[in-house]
Structures are given as C-alpha cells and as structure tokens.
Write a protein that binds this ligand. Structure first.
Ligand code: ZN
Length: 239
C-alpha cells in the first residue's frame, strides 16, 4: 500500500476501554474491602479479620499495578507503531509483552504500600481505631510523638457540623492538607465557583491558613460519617 500500511487500532482502543472497566471493578472492590474492615472494627475489632482485609487490599493494589502496566505497555506500543510507521508490522503481542515485562521487572513491594486506596484504607482504619479507643501499640507510640496533631484530629472528628452549611454533615469529606472536614457538595460548589473566577478557594474553617483547597485534596471521611450515623441512630432510639 503506498504511503505505508494503515493499521486499525480500533480493536486496541476497545480492549483498552474494557481494561479501564476492570480498573473500576478493582476500585469498587477496594472501597468495599475498606468498608468491611471499618465494619469489623466497629462491631468486633477482630484483629485477624481486619488483617485479612489488609491483605485483600494489597492483592487489589497488586492487580491495579499489573493492569496499569499492561495498559501502559499497550499504549506505548501503539505510539511506537504510529511514530515509526514500520514497513513490516511486528508481532504486536510480542512488543506489548516485552514492554510489559520491562515495567513489571521494576516492581517493588513499596509500590503497593503507596497505592492511594491502600493508604486511604490504612488511614481510615487508624482513625476508626482511635475513635473506639482501640489503638495498636505502633499507633499509640506514634500518637505520643504527634500529640498536637492528634488533638486536632480528635477535635475535628468530634465536630459534625460543616463550617460551610452550619448543618450536620451527611457526606463528609476531609481535606488531606489541613485536616478540616466539610459537606462534600458544599465545598465542591465553593471550589467550582472560585475556579470560575479563576481564583483559589481558601479553607472555609475559621482560622485555617490553607488558602488553596483543591478537589484532589479531598477524601471521603468514612469514619466521621459512621460516627455521625451512629449518633443519629442512638438519638432516634432514645426518643
Ligand atoms: Zn482548613
């Protein structure tokens, strides 16, 4: 064919999108495992069961890494073919496999520990245990070192009122940077509004010096949500 052969990448694109689906299943699985672990702490604090959830999380993190490497290998291969336009199309499967193996050869255990969802899992678990007064020795030692931070965390944990809406939060998110919590919809609205004005959103908590609240700084605060829900449940049963 003149001007080099034309390759259709549509089958690659469709397989990439089904891989992305797999990734969303992994994410959902990790969210479920996190909730199960928090349930376990709340109901019986069976250390062994909670640890098994941590292992599940690490397995998910490993799957996530493998999938990401595979998708990257496929994308790199496509880019390479598009760029080099080789006369003879190499066996794409082989090229992908080589690239994938190269990426996997750099795997480290610490990669898994740095997985964002795994980190979130560990952090929520720690806060949940703290709330129930169930600190492990390691957490307790760390707590002594960071006593100021702990007081701040405990105080914000006890505060169920959103600094924006002045109402009890239903879907609290916590700012990873300054530790303050807000109602999700309310803070997102502020960020969006400020973005529109091409300005940064500052933390609405009075006295906070964080002048740049980003969407990516916000994490779901499952522990606080549970505390609010259980308080509401209690006050309902008392009526
Ligand atoms: Zn703040």
């Amino acid at each position: 064919m003149p001007g080099g052969s034309v390759i259709s990448f549509s089958c690659v694109d469709s397989s990439l999108s089904s891989l992305k689906n797999c990734q969303s299943y992994i994410n959902t699985g990790m969210d479920i495992a996190t909730n199960v672990a928090l349930d376990l702490v709340e109901s019986c604090n069976d250390e062994e069961e909670v640890n098994s959830m941590e292992r599940v999380m690490l397995e998910y993190a490993a799957m996530d890494r493998e999938l990401k490497h595979y998708m990257q290998a496929v994308q790199d291969t496509v880019h390479q073919i598009k760029r080099d336009k080789p006369e003879d199309i190499p066996d794409l499967k082989d090229v992908v496999k080589q690239k994938f193996t190269a990426l996997e050869s750099k795997n480290k255990d610490s990669d898994l520990q740095k997985n964002e969802k795994y980190m979130h899992f560990m952090e929520q678990l720690k806060r949940m245990r703290k709330q129930f007064g169930l600190q492990s020795d390691a957490d307790a030692n760390e707590a002594i070192e960071q006593i100021d931070e702990d007081i701040a965390v405990t105080q914000s944990q006890m505060n169920f009122i959103c600094p924006i809406t002045q109402m009890e939060m239903e879907n609290p998110v916590r700012n990873k940077v300054c530790g303050h919590t807000y109602e999700k919809a309310a803070i997102l609205k502020i960020i969006q509004h400020r973005e529109h004005q091409k300005k940064k959103a500052s933390c609405p908590k009075i006295g906070c010096t964080n002048l740049d609240v980003k969407k990516t700084d916000l994490v779901q605060d499952e522990v606080l949500k549970r505390a609010i829900d259980s308080q509401n449940k209690q006050s309902r049963t008392m009526l």
